[in-house]
Design a protein. Structure first.
Length: 305
């Protein structure tokens, strides 16, 4: 009996030790996660993870959000558009991500307008950097779909491999040597040498863009449009003329823009060709900061009109 009692006591002590250890490890893990998120990730307003967190956890009742990809991120200057604008554009993403933003935006008790940067390539899917979605993983895992990894469920551990990127952007934003930051937007300050830009133009003519109808995403977009009375501006930001001249099925995207513009709460603002100078582009699909300022002024005028 004494043996059994001693064995039971040892097991109980071992079990309590394991529980205590697990509690300490989890506590440290959650504390480190919180520290990393607040001091590094969310301290950078231009990182996709910070934008997603702001969008999901804050209301900003009068804010006019700008949703889109890197073309939104580096093309729309909020301080020029107005005090209430904020740029949620995320590099490397496509329609599946701005639809995620739009769907969550329409759940909020707001009446402000919405701007969507609509690319001529239409309804394609791309998540971009998976590190954008980790801090709010419980809300973004459905969007990530097959890109979800088991480690993403574990605090701290899920950030392995992305810490350098989070830190780099936070430092870059503070220094602002090659880029200008403006309420979520991140704008290229440099101008490519003429010979390098000419090579990009040659590549564009070799590999032209084309519109993708993406039925599932398009249908979801139309459902969201019809679920709200909020005004949605569908904006086509500037492209270099080489993109437009080489575009494979330009008639299809033009027809779609005419179709979607018939929704009573949608206004299409097509500014694809307003910038002609090569020096105002960073590449054939993105303007630099000087180009972004010109475009943003024209957009502000169009919205006011």
């Amino acid at each position: 009996m004494e043996k059994q009692s001693s064995s039971t006591s040892s097991f109980r002590n071992y079990f309590l030790f394991l529980l205590t250890t697990m509690f300490v490890v989890l506590s440290i893990g959650f504390a480190l996660t919180k520290l990393l998120e607040e001091r590094v990730i969310f301290s950078s307003e231009i990182h996709g993870a910070s934008k997603i967190n702001r969008h999901l956890t804050e209301l900003h009742e009068d804010e006019i959000p700008i949703f889109g990809s890197s073309r939104a991120d580096g093309g729309y200057v909020p301080s020029i558009l107005g005090d209430q604008y904020y740029n949620y554009g995320i590099q490397g993403t496509q329609a599946n991500v701005w639809l995620f933003f739009l769907e969550n935006e329409l759940k909020k008790s707001k009446t402000s307008d919405i701007i969507i940067d609509f690319g001529l390539t239409g309804f394609k899917s791309n998540l971009g950097d998976k590190g954008n979605y980790l801090p709010n993983f419980s809300a973004t895992k459905e969007l990530m779909g097959e890109e979800v990894e088991p480690l993403f469920y574990i605090p701290v551990v899920k950030y392995f491999g992305w810490f350098e990127d989070y830190t780099r952007l936070a430092v870059s934003e503070r220094m602002q040597i090659t880029k200008k930051t403006d309420r979520g937007g991140s704008f290229e300050l440099g101008v490519l040498p003429a010979d390098k830009f000419e090579k990009l133009v040659e590549e564009r003519y070799k590999y032209p863009a084309q519109y993708s109808s993406g039925d599932t995403l398009r249908d979801r977009f139309h459902e969201l449009i019809q679920s709200t009375t909020r005004k949605i501006y569908l904006v086509i930001a500037p492209y270099h003329k080489s993109v437009i001249e080489s575009f494979i099925n330009i008639e299809e995207i033009n027809a779609y823009l005419e179709e979607v513009g018939r929704f009573p709460n949608v206004e299409v603002i097509d500014l694809r060709s307003i910038i002609e100078e090569d020096s105002l582009f960073f590449n054939t699909t993105h303007v630099n900061y000087e180009g972004a300022k010109i475009f943003s002024r024209r957009l502000a005028e169009s919205i006011a009109d």
